[in-house]
Design a protein around this ligand. Structure first.
Ligand SMILES: [Zn+2]
Length: 303
């Protein structure tokens, strides 16, 4: 029993220092802890590196603390299962006129039951970008995106994006969620993460994704073929990030629409598009593999 306790505290020690975190137990690849009254059951599948698991536990605790602090809430009334799977299938490279589907875009998901007091579940299944995806899904699990932009405002923004850019069934809250993800990643002090580098990468993707959608002008009306949310992840997100400028605060649809439609944003997007056209139209670069990774960041065993 004593030995078990020692093993337990070593495995979960990295989250002990975070306020409101109470360690319950650790068994094999499964960890149980309590934070802001949320019982977190974290399970790792084919993820055998203990140091990586400790890092993930630490980032889960820290992310929940950041969210709770900004929402000004000490307790939440649900439990959370987090499954970290380790599938080594990087996002495919872009080619012209491609339909953006889950293989390109998605690496995890969150399920919130209708009865919101019931258990919520996060699955992060793609090894590529897994910490970024974990933070993104934690924001969904705590519905933190709607704290920034409430449901009515999200509807207004969705209608605008649908009418103006002809994007089918837009999910603006995904753009909000992914922008918040980048700001929280910056607050986690992850050794290999640089906010400025992430921002540059995100803005470079704007030009590439419009180019591969078959358009050479902004706005790219009617060009977003998507079964998932490319417009929201690759266009809306950077615009929101630029608007927030690292501060996490409440927004209105009008704030975002005004920024998306501002001359400075239009000019920046057109410039990114022009440089992508210049690079990608050059036959020398025909074999460039343009990945749709959203940030340059991941942790795995050979790091
Ligand atoms: Zn999402």
């Amino acid at each position: 029993m004593r030995l078990y306790n020692i093993v337990m505290s070593r495995n979960v020690s990295s989250i002990i220092n975070y306020a409101n975190t109470i360690i319950i137990s650790q068994k094999g690849n499964s960890y149980l802890f309590k934070i802001h009254n949320v019982i977190c059951n974290v399970r790792y599948y084919e993820y055998n590196n203990e140091r990586d698991r400790e890092l993930f536990n630490k980032y889960i605790g820290k992310t929940i603390n950041i969210i709770a602090k900004i929402m000004n809430k000490n307790t939440f009334n649900f439990s959370l299962v987090i499954k970290i799977v380790n599938i080594d299938k990087p996002k495919s490279g872009l080619v012209k006129d491609i339909t953006l589907d889950a293989d390109f875009i998605n690496s995890g998901y969150t399920m919130i039951p209708y009865d919101k007091s019931q258990e919520r579940e996060i699955v992060v299944y793609r090894r590529e970008e897994n910490i970024k995806v974990l933070v993104h899904e934690l924001i969904h699990a705590f519905e933190f995106e709607y704290f920034i932009l409430n449901h009515d405002e999200v509807d207004i923004l969705n209608t605008f994006i649908h009418d103006k850019y002809k994007v089918e069934d837009p999910h603006s809250f995904e753009g909000i969620c992914d922008a918040l993800t980048v700001i929280i990643l910056d607050k986690l002090n992850i050794p290999k993460f640089s906010y400025d580098k992430a921002l540059k990468h995100i803005w470079d993707k704007i030009g590439q994704i419009i180019y591969f959608s078959g358009n050479k002008n902004w706005p790219p009306i009617n060009t977003f073929m998507q079964t998932t949310h490319g417009f929201e992840y690759y266009i809306l997100k950077p615009v929101i990030l630029d608007l927030l400028n690292k501060s996490i605060r409440k927004l209105t649809a009008k704030d975002i629409i005004n920024h998306l439609e501002s001359e400075s944003i239009k000019q920046r997007i057109q410039n990114k598009l022009s440089s992508s056209i210049y690079i990608l139209d050059d036959p020398k670069n025909k074999d460039l593999n343009i990945s749709m990774k959203m940030v340059e960041l991941e942790y795995h065993e050979d790091n």
